[in-house]
Write a protein that binds this ligand. Structure first.
Ligand code: NAD
Length: 475
């Protein structure tokens, strides 16, 4: 079992405890034992980190995109070299299986390699002009200092998706990791220093949201707030950042639906439904927390799904509060008449394990249908037709991802066109993003930006239009 040292802040290339000397205790989700202490930072630490970032940013932005891409590549390669070590930290602080932690580390590496390649692309546009002898082109400009605030669920990809493009685009950044996954972000930032990211370009301020995150959002020295987390926090961040007109990119929650049609391969649909609903203990923004099944295969599918639960490798949720919140929501649903087909209880072992839970009989308007639980809980719904299924899927505050299982191209395309989601998957799970694919959602799932892909460059840079006017007489 990894024992971790205290996790401090990283400001201007120096490790430092919080100015007040306060620490948080981070417990292991798998057995509730103490994993490490974490700097409990506040506004003073944030101000110091923003100042360090502002100092470091201009010289970093002076480097060419190719040179910044080279540093990003070096960081990605170092992360690949130390993937076992990085994954062990992720495993300890989240309780997820080693294989999953390794896969996530590799995904973070791939994001770095993808972004590094942009050093030799970073294409702009040239365009026409109504005036003769005028050439118009665009170039990317860094924004300045980016606040990167994130969730705990896939800690290394979460930091990688933001830090790689933020830094590559010539910004300096202040990362505020989740208080539930502090160590992997600090490991990443330490590696960044070793890889040649200059001191002050990537800073980390640890702590809880209201104490360390809120002052970061409000700091006038922060030009961009890029946030991944819940819709409730995102809303308050958006309000605070809007007061000073800061650019804000929000990647928020989901209540993602997987639709099973009556012509679906039911084995495949079951396998994907189990993976989508329960992997990472349902702590995925893209998890399938709603499964919509067409009438004639409903009983058959339900039996297969319930039968598959025994094959799952249980994984804890991140905290006791999370576990209690999830179980309480299931209890309220049961009180409201929703049927608990499986789970709904804590597993009888140390750690914060919620039994994989399957419910049925809820209506689209019920709390259990509309609230993201971020746990291993999914609700089955029965529908008479594809159009009814699409209407049910869209009857949600969220619109992040959606999947359909069908053998029909016609049904798949109708679903893809009509479903309100940022990502649609045919015949697989509700997740499946890759570094070159823009990821994000509609409605309460985000503010329309896309992370990853070259779309991420639009988050972390401004586009400047340059007009070049020549005089042919002087040629
Ligand atoms: P959360 O909103 O509680 O916390 C996210 C981060 O915000 C943490 O670092 C937290 O400390 C910080 N924070 C909390 N209050 C703050 C405040 N007032 N000001 C500034 N920062 C504050 O979310 P969580 O429980 O860590 O994560 C779960 C949520 O994240 C789910 O809704 C999930 O769907 C979402 N998520 C979305 C994506 C995506 O790409 N769309 C990816 C992963 C997770």
């Amino acid at each position: 079992m990894v024992a971790l040292p205290d996790v401090a802040n990283l400001i201007g290339g120096q490790e430092a405890p919080a100015r007040t000397g306060a620490w948080l205790e981070k417990l292991r989700p798998a057995d509730e034992s103490l994993l490490c202490r974490v700097a409990r930072s506040g506004a003073e630490d944030v101000a110091q980190a923003v100042a360090a970032a502002r100092d470091a940013q201009p010289a970093w932005a002076e480097r060419t995109a190719v040179a910044r891409g080279d540093v990003v590549r070096e960081l990605a390669l170092r992360l690949r070299e130390r993937r076992e070590e990085a994954s062990a930290i992720v495993e300890a602080e989240t309780g997820k299986p080693a294989e999953l932690a390794l896969g996530e580390t590799d995904a973070a590496v791939e994001m770095g390699l993808f972004v590094a390649g942009e050093g030799r692309r970073s294409y702009g546009r040239t365009t026409t002009a109504s005036m003769a002898n005028r050439t118009v082109l665009t170039m990317r400009q860094p924004l300045g200092v980016a606040a990167l605030i994130m969730s705990f669920n896939t800690p290394l990809p979460n930091v990688a998706w933001k830090a790689f493009p933020a830094v590559f685009c010539g910004n300096a950044a202040v990362v505020k990791p989740s208080e539930h996954a502090p160590a992997s972000a600090s490991f990443f930032a330490g590696l960044a220093l070793e890889a040649g990211v200059p001191a002050g370009v990537l800073n980390v301020v640890q702590g809880v949201g209201e104490e360390a995150g809120a002052p970061l959002v409000e700091h006038p020295g922060v030009d961009l707030v890029s946030f991944t987390g819940s819709a409730a926090t995102g809303r308050s961040i958006n309000e605070a950042a809007a007061r000073r007109l800061a650019k804000t990119c929000l990647e928020l929650g989901g209540k993602n639906a997987l639709v099973v049609c009556d012509d679906a391969d039911l084995d495949g649909a079951t396998r994907w439904a189990l993976a989508s609903a329960f992997s990472n203990a349902g702590q995925r923004c893209a998890s399938a927390s709603r499964i919509v099944v067409l009438d004639s295969v409903y009983e058959d599918f339900r039996e297969r799904l319930l039968g598959g639960l025994a094959s799952l490798d249980p994984q804890p949720v991140i905290s006791r509060e999370s576990m209690d919140r999830i179980l309480a929501a299931v209890e309220r649903a049961r009180d409201d008449g929703t049927v608990v087909l499986a789970g709904g209880t804590r597993l009888d072992r140390a750690g914060w394990f919620v039994a994989p839970t399957v419910l049925e009989g809820a209506s689209a308007g019920d709390e259990i249908s509309r609230t993201e639980l971020f746990g291993p809980v999914t609700v089955l719904y029965r529908c008479g037709s594809l159009d009814d299924a699409i209407a049910l899927v869209n009857d949600s505050p969220y619109g992040l991802t959606a999947a359909i299982h069908t053998a029909s191209l016609h049904r798949a395309m109708r679903f893809a066109e009509r479903v309100q989601a940022g990502v649609v998957v045919v015949n697989a799970g509700t997740h499946g993003s890759e570094p070159h694919m823009g990821f994000g959602g509609v409605k309460d799932s985000g503010t329309g930006w896309r992370e990853a892909g070259i779309e991420a460059l639009d988050v972390y840079s401004d586009s400047k239009v340059v007009n070049l006017v020549v005089d042919p007489a002087k040629a």
